[in-house]
Write a protein of this length. Structure first.
Length: 139
């Protein structure tokens, strides 16, 4: 998709509500690969309190989630990526924060695409697609 000046249109807008720097990731390219070039995605890089508040308000759950995906329409959605939770999990799983953030972002994108992991079959399919996507981006 191109803007009025004929330049490629960015499909991902990113807002960071946490302090400090984070590893660089190809969010735009990953989102295009999974969601398509016309999808409008808002990515919020947040901490525990905002993620927990969103989880409680919109899902009636009280825990601090690592990622939340909210489809708005067929071609628009929002992902809240809890970087504090991701950092704790990365340490526990003995993986880099960059790789874990990438996995969580990919996971959130597949949720926006309509995939879920309620059954074992769905979970295996989603995990296979996530692995394939991460490999494609060298992650």
């Amino acid at each position: 998709m191109k803007n009025l000046a004929g330049q490629a249109h960015s499909i991902v807008s990113i807002k960071q509500t946490t302090r400090g720097s984070l590893p660089r990731l190809p969010f735009e390219e990953i989102a295009k690969r999974i969601l398509g070039p016309n999808y409008e995605l808002s990515l919020v890089l947040c901490g525990d309190s905002l993620a927990q508040r969103m989880n409680k308000e919109y899902r009636r759950k009280t825990y601090k989630p690592n990622v939340l995906s909210f489809p708005i329409s067929k071609h628009e959605g929002e992902i809240f990526l809890n970087v504090h939770c991701a950092a704790r999990e990365a340490k526990n799983y003995n993986v880099s924060l960059r790789k874990h953030l990438a996995l969580l972002f990919v996971h959130g994108c597949y949720h926006l695409k309509g995939l879920d992991h309620e059954s074992e079959r769905e979970a295996k399919n989603m995990e296979r697609l996530e692995t394939k996507t991460l490999e494609r981006f060298g992650l």
